[in-house]
Write a protein that binds this ligand. Structure first.
Ligand code: ATR
Length: 500
């Protein structure tokens, strides 16, 4: 983190012992540990607070405040925390905690040694009156307190509203008083960029710990994957645009490659419901390059200033590079789909069968035809096979006609067999009669389709090769450098193993 931005590790749990243990095992890189006491069923505050370690932030939210505590249980716990001299105490902005804060009740909840975090959470959206709320919170917050504003990102542009809040709150003395970011998948960029935007803190649970808010990024990823502590004003941003984006492996693969070459870029996950919603974010954050995936590969075409010849031919773009404010679309899928094949066999005049007629099949068929192969398309919905075949100049046959026919190459370009449907396979093992069998599904790396083909003696090619190859070509377009392909492949396989 920039030294002025605290990295707060969030700890929660159902039992006193669980929270105490998690506190004691806090990541050495955390500056502060937030103890979410409202989740604890058998709460023994003193037992938790007596543990010695990192500075503590005690948080006890009621149900109305997005937590789990009954309203009456909060005040005694907060007072105990104050008496114990915890370093930070979270109070919610609003009527419920005003009495505690202003001392309208019996005794105000203050102590000089404890720093208050006056917080406001909006789980339903990012309200229009955010700047006013922020000003009001900064006005009523006691001297030395931090103010925390967290909203749910309904749209990509909510990230920008949070950035503008942080900019407006920046004091002339450089001291940070405001913590702000967005929850939810669309808010991920704000969690990664909050430190460089001037937030006084960011929050992250340990990897594998139960999340306490939507879109949290594990602390290990904050430090090792996004290297948030070393993002500066000159860091160039890249990213993947998808809907949904949560399971994309591209941030892992690209950030590992960027780190391996020590390049000052970060690759972010961007989720958007429409392109119109996303493009202002891309422009404001000066995103220099973008991977584009489902469902935007075709939809993005009208927004681009130029296309490379392959993208123009297949009418699909998976890469956008911004050069002099112009958006240039490329397609690295075609080359990536073909390259693993070309390395193993000559393709000219070979008989290839492609299963599927969607976007992935289109890239494959186009690439195979370009290499001089003879392609037959088989698709569950025959009409789509016919259309694709007509458009690209291939043949097509009914799905069941595959049975009993031999090909030089058989490719699965359908989504069948992809996790979590590990037992699914597009065609029965007995129909697989080709010496080379290729599956574009990369999760799992060995699908049932490939396993059965391997047992029948075929040379098999997995989808990880294509996934890494399209990413490596993007990397070259983004950075002008050759991609560290081994690092990328290893990262993807590790992530897939972790997810299994
Ligand atoms: P993509 O762009 O990733 O290729 P898509 O356009 O949705 O995605 O295409 C998915 C492909 O998988 C299609 O060819 C689809 O067949 P239909 O055209 O009949 O839908 C194919 N597919 C999906 N589920 C299938 C299944 N259970 N059996 C056979 N083919 C399937």
């Amino acid at each position: 983190m920039p030294r002025e931005c605290l990295l707060i590790q969030v700890v929660s749990g159902a039992s006193t012992e669980e929270v105490r243990r998690a506190y004691l095992a806090a990541d050495p890189r955390a500056d502060v540990v937030e103890l979410r006491l409202d989740t604890v069923k058998d709460l023994d505050v003193d037992r938790i607070l007596s543990a010695r370690g990192k500075p503590k932030l005690v948080t006890m939210r009621s149900r109305r405040q997005g937590g789990e505590a009954a309203p009456g249980d909060r005040e005694p716990v907060l007072r105990r925390a104050l008496l114990a001299g915890v370093e930070y105490l979270d109070l919610e902005f609003g009527a419920d905690d005003r009495a505690l804060l202003e001392g309208a009740g019996p005794r105000p909840l203050r102590r000089r040694s404890t720093r208050l975090v006056l917080s406001s959470h909006d789980f339903n959206g990012t309200p229009a009156e955010l700047p006013e709320r922020c000003r009001e919170m900064l006005r009523v917050a006691p001297a030395g307190a931090l103010v925390k504003i967290v909203t749910f990102a309904d749209a990509s542009t909510d990230n920008l509203r949070v950035r503008d809040l942080l900019r407006a709150a920046a004091g002339s003395d450089g001291a940070r008083r405001l913590i702000a970011f967005c929850m939810g998948p669309k808010g991920l960029p704000s969690r990664i960029l909050a430190p460089v935007w001037g937030s006084a803190a960011i929050y992250a649970p340990a990897m594998g710990a139960a999340p306490t808010a939507p879109g949290q990024i594990p602390l290990e990823d904050v430090c090792d994957l996004y290297r948030c502590d070393r993002i500066g004003p000159r860091t160039r941003l890249l990213g993947v645009l998808a809907n949904p984006v949560a399971h994309s492996l591209s941030p892992r693969m690209h950030n590992a490659a960027l780190a391996a070459l020590d390049l000052d870029y970060r690759y972010l996950p961007f989720e958007a419901t429409t392109l119109a919603e996303f493009l202002p974010l891309m422009s404001e954050l000066r995103v220099a390059g973008l991977s584009v995936t489902i469902p935007y590969k075709e939809k993005i075409l009208p927004y681009l200033d130029s296309l490379d010849p392959v993208a123009r031919d297949v009418r699909a773009v998976n890469t956008v590079v911004k050069t002099w404010n112009r958006l240039c679309g490329s397609n690295t899928d075609v080359e990536a789909a073909i390259e693993p094949l070309r390395r193993r066999m000559p393709l000219r005049d070979r008989e290839a069968a492609v299963l599927g007629a969607g976007g992935a099949a289109r890239a494959l068929v186009y690439g195979l035809l370009r290499e001089g192969a003879r392609v037959t398309i088989f698709n569950r919905t025959e009409e789509r096979a016919r259309e694709l075949a007509r458009e690209l100049g291939a043949r097509h046959r009914p799905w069941r006609a595959l049975r009993g026919r031999r090909f030089d190459l058989l490719v699965n370009a359908t989504s069948v067999g992809m996790a979590p449907n590990l037992d699914a396979t597009p065609v029965p093992a007995a129909w697989v009669a080709a010496p080379v069998v290729y599956d574009i599904v990369y999760n799992p790396p060995e699908t049932r389709f490939l396993r059965e083909a391997r047992r029948r003696g075929a040379t098999v090619i997995d989808g990880v090769e294509m996934f890494v190859a399209q990413g490596a070509a993007q990397f070259r377009l983004f950075t002008g450098r050759d991609a560290p392909v081994d690092v990328m492949r290893r990262t993807v396989l590790e992530a897939l193993r972790g997810a299994a």
